[in-house]
Design a protein around this ligand. Structure first.
Ligand SMILES: Nc1ncnc2c1ncn2[C@@H]1O[C@H](COP(=O)(O)OP(=O)(O)OP(=O)(O)O)[C@@H](O)[C@H]1O
Ligand SMILES: [Mg+2]
Length: 457
């Protein structure tokens, strides 16, 4: 329902307008002064504001200047008496949608209001679309006020304009792909392709032809020539995800391209020049992989000219409210809901969780809460069950609740679980818990769990 605000210091005029607009199905608010209007605007974000020109205190023009145009621009109609038309014209020049002269004619009024609503709705939709298209991968759109995220954003701003390779590391769900896209869409390459490929998902024998292409007849099944991703992405950015899973032979092939800046199709002789920026990501510890001989050192240093380490969400829990609100908006749009926000008790729950699956996990919890919700606010009850299920699944990184825990009982339960898993074999159960056999037997006795162990050998 479109929202309209009537601003007039004459009570009778306010009432008449409200009656007319209410009866047309608008949600109408009224304000007796510019100051009151501004506070109503902040809370209701009206589509249309009908304001008298001459008012005590702040007049219509001053109000027009003070009305915030963000996040949405309302259509403003100025109402004026005959003698002050020149001021009304000035108002239009300053951005008012239209002006109406007193005495008001009901039909003219309604026609103008309808048009003003249409314009405000269009603007609102446009802003959404633009935000979605450009804002999605805008560096400013990467949410995180925490110090470690802000540092990341600073690095992003610096590296985006160049073509240096960037290695992005971070646990699963911390935003590695989002960051890779932000770099591309904020670089001079933004109008050229961004291609993402998951190194872990492509078998070795196909990887080469995927990346470099092949000639007809290069191998069984290569019926015709195929261009590879390097060629297709020429001028743009190639995002190699899960680079830590690339096999050693493929690592050498990639290294050669980085050195020579040219590729050869599988089965082809011709060297093809390519200009592709490489961004890679992994949730593996590449330094460790180097040490174990699973990753080439020379490639590693070529890939991490700049390296960006994304912090896990649990190290920036202060960002949870903003992220959660962002996801409420996102899924409101996706599911056509109008949820206003998240109740403070629910936010507290969200901020108290350790999020082993990071931002992606938070996003899933909010997505479900928005989908299942039939109220206009997300309550603690809506997310409690989800968090409880997640906690159980990750019970070993469980928080200690305020009321504390019964540690002996927990230990006893864990021993029972280990015994069940080890089919009652005490030595195996001890191993599962990282306990010495002697300690395990001692505790078995102490907790009178001997009955749970079939074999004490
Ligand atoms: N800072 C952020 N602000 C807003 N949304 C974010 C942010 N970081 C991540 N997201 C969102 O969280 C989700 C997961 O991010 P992304 O896919 O980039 O993570 P990832 O690190 O690549 O995960 P994985 O290792 O599992 O592939 C995406 O929907 C992404 O848009
Ligand atoms: Mg990813």
């Amino acid at each position: 329902m479109p929202v309209i605000l009537v601003v007039d210091d004459e009570p009778l005029q306010r009432d008449i307008l409200k009656t007319i607009l209410d009866s047309e199905g608008y949600e109408t608010h009224t304000a007796a002064s510019g100051k009151e209007a501004l506070s109503i605007i902040e809370n209701t974000h009206p589509d249309v504001i009908l304001s008298d020109l001459r008012m005590e205190g702040m007049d219509g023009i001053e109000l027009l200047d003070a009305i915030p145009r963000k996040p949405f621009e309302p259509s403003i109609i100025i109402i004026t008496a005959h003698g002050t038309i020149s001021s009304a014209v000035e108002a239009v020049r300053k951005g008012a949608f239209d002006y109406l002269t007193k005495p008001l004619n009901k039909d003219t009024l309604l026609l103008n209001v309808r048009r003003a609503v249409e314009r405000a709705t269009l603007l609102r939709e446009n802003i959404h679309l633009q935000k979605e298209l450009f804002g999605k991968f805008n560096i400013e759109g990467i949410i995180g006020k925490s110090a470690n995220m802000q540092r990341t954003v600073e690095v992003l701003k610096k590296v985006s304009p160049s073509s240096v390779t960037v290695l992005i590391t971070g646990e699963s769900g911390t935003g590695k792909e989002l960051v890779a896209r932000a770099i591309h869409y904020n670089s001079p390459r933004r109008t050229k392709p961004f291609t993402a490929i998951n190194c872990a998902a492509i078998p070795d024998n196909l990887f080469e032809s995927e990346l470099f292409g092949h000639e007809a007849g290069a191998f069984t099944g290569a019926v015709s020539r195929k261009e590879g991703l390097f060629k297709i992405t020429n001028g743009g950015t190639l995002f190699l995800d899960e680079i830590g899973d690339l096999s050693l032979p493929m690592q050498s092939k990639l290294l050669r391209v980085l050195q020579d800046k040219e590729i050869r199709r599988v089965g082809g002789k011709e060297a093809i020049k390519v200009d592709v920026r490489i961004i890679t990501a992994t949730n593996k510890d590449l330094e460790k992989e180097l040490g174990e001989g699973h990753f080439r050192e020379d490639l590693y240093y070529r890939l991490k000219i700049v390296s960006i380490k994304l912090p896990p969400l649990r190290e920036r829990l202060g960002d949870v409210p903003e992220l959660a609100t962002f996801f409420v908006d996102k899924y409101n749009r996706e599911f056509g809901r109008r949820i206003r926000g998240i109740e403070s008790r629910a936010l507290k729950l969200l901020c108290g969780y350790q999020w082993p699956g990071n931002i992606r996990q938070l996003e899933t919890v909010i997505e479900r809460a928005v989908l299942m919700n039939d109220k206009d606010i997300i309550t603690a009850g809506d997310i409690e069950n989800d968090l409880w299920a997640l906690r159980l699944k990750n019970s070993f990184d469980m928080d200690i609740p305020d009321e504390g825990i019964d540690f002996e009982n927990l230990e006893k339960e864990l021993m029972k679980k280990a015994l069940a898993k080890a089919n009652g074999v005490a030595s195996k159960a001890a191993k599962l818990l990282g306990m010495s056999y002697k300690t395990f037997l001692y505790r078995l006795d102490k907790f009178r769990l001997n009955g749970h162990s079939k074999k004490i050998e």
